[in-house]
Design a protein around this ligand. Structure first.
Ligand code: HMG
Ligand code: MG
Length: 326
């Protein structure tokens, strides 16, 4: 008779042991750029109360996340979920001071920048599209008009001493236009960098990227003189590829990854976009690879469990479910 039924099952490890197995050199440390409060909550059907947003952000800060994108200064009619941006940032600045002023906020134009400047914020992100159709749907501008809108915004933000990130959406595929040429993404990305963006975040808005495509993209930017230190990867997990894509990006020198606590997220103007790569899933893999982040995984899981309670549904993150017993 087999002993398998009678033996006590060995408890699964609740922390991940670090054992790097790859022959390819990996970075020693990675910066996680948390987008849950913005990319996550912008897509919720119900508007999350401002106090809950503030608590989520404060918990994420306490968990050690070095960069937390807090909200968007966009038109409230376009994203009603974030219509409380000024109230939220005012509240956070009162409570957290400089730590809140350093939190990036999305601004599409000079009007959004003015709102951020009024509050003394120090870090903004403009967000463009690699494709014509998404520029129109997300920004009500043509592909070229979006750059005309960003140019004075970025220049004034830089003159005011702000950090500026440039997002680019639909870098790996577009639900209306299909495949997106790598060269087109490089051209759009270089435009944002030449305008003055310090960092470029390449968005896989609808989660269709695969590992080889990611490495080819980084190589193409390299050939255009843009090294991996200027690029962040922004993966959505629609097709379950976000971690594989992250691993591929690590191998070619990317060290900044966008992620969303609990895997919240999507994009209100791209219906096929589902949640972002979950911060917890990313942390689990990075810890397993022995890569430093300075982030406390358990504290992020506790935040996502708190948010799951507020939103009335469990987190989609496999790691949150495994560690919280949900
Ligand atoms: P528009 O309707 O063309 O705006 O929208 P406008 O320039 O014609 O101005 C119309 C009115 O809006 C004016 O007011 C402006 O003052 C006002 P009125 O004179 O009629 O009283 N207005 C504003 N009010 C507040 N804040 C502002 C602002 N700008 C103008 N910033 C606009 C153009 C860009 C404003 C609009 O399309 C918009 O707000 N879009 C935002 C869409 C959005 O936030 N999408 C989600 C974020 S992107 C994303 O999720 C992708 C990402 O995660 C990466 C990835 O996954 O790929 C970043
Ligand atoms: Mg996104």
């Amino acid at each position: 008779m087999s002993t398998a039924n009678t033996e006590q099952r060995v408890a699964l490890p609740m922390t991940v042991p670090a054992q790097a197995i790859t022959a390819v050199p990996m970075p020693e440390a990675v910066t996680i750029y948390e987008v849950g409060p913005r990319d996550g909550l912008q897509n919720e059907k119900a508007v999350v109360p401002v106090e809950v947003k503030a608590e989520m952000i404060t918990r994420l800060l306490d968990a050690g996340l070095p960069i937390i994108e807090a909200t968007s200064f966009v038109h409230p009619r376009w994203v009603p979920q974030l219509a409380d941006a000024a109230e939220l940032m005012g509240l956070l600045v009162d409570r957290l001071g400089d730590a809140a002023r350093r939190m990036p906020v999305l601004v599409p134009n000079e009007k959004g920048l003015d709102r951020a400047l009024e509050l003394g914020l120090e870090h903004v992100a403009v967000f463009g599209s690699s494709t014509e159709t998404f520029a129109q749907k997300n920004l009500n501008r043509s592909y070229d008009e979006q750059f005309a809108m960003f140019s004075p915004t970025v220049r004034r933000a830089r003159d005011a001493g702000m950090d500026v990130r440039g997002y680019l959406s639909m870098c790996f595929g577009d639900p209306w236009e299909g495949a997106v040429e790598i060269d087109a993404v490089v051209r759009a990305g270089v435009r944002l960098l030449e305008m003055g963006a310090g960092q470029l975040s390449l968005g896989d808005t609808i989660g269709v990227a695969t590992a080889g495509h990611v490495q080819a993209m980084v190589a193409a930017f390299g050939a255009a003189g843009v090294g991996p230190e200027r690029i962040a990867m922004h993966f959505h997990d629609t097709y379950g590829q976000a971690l594989a894509n992250t691993h591929a990006a690590l191998q070619v020198g990317i060290t900044t990854f966008d992620a969303s606590a609990g895997g919240l997220g999507g994009c209100p103007y791209a219906k096929s976009a589902t949640g972002n790569l979950a911060t917890e899933d990313l942390l689990w893999m990075l810890q397993g690879l022995g890569i430093e982040t300075g982030v406390d995984l358990d504290a992020v899981v506790a935040t996502s469990t708190f948010m799951a309670g507020q939103l009335g549904r469990p987190s989609t993150s496999a790691v949150v479910r495994a560690l919280s017993g949900a």
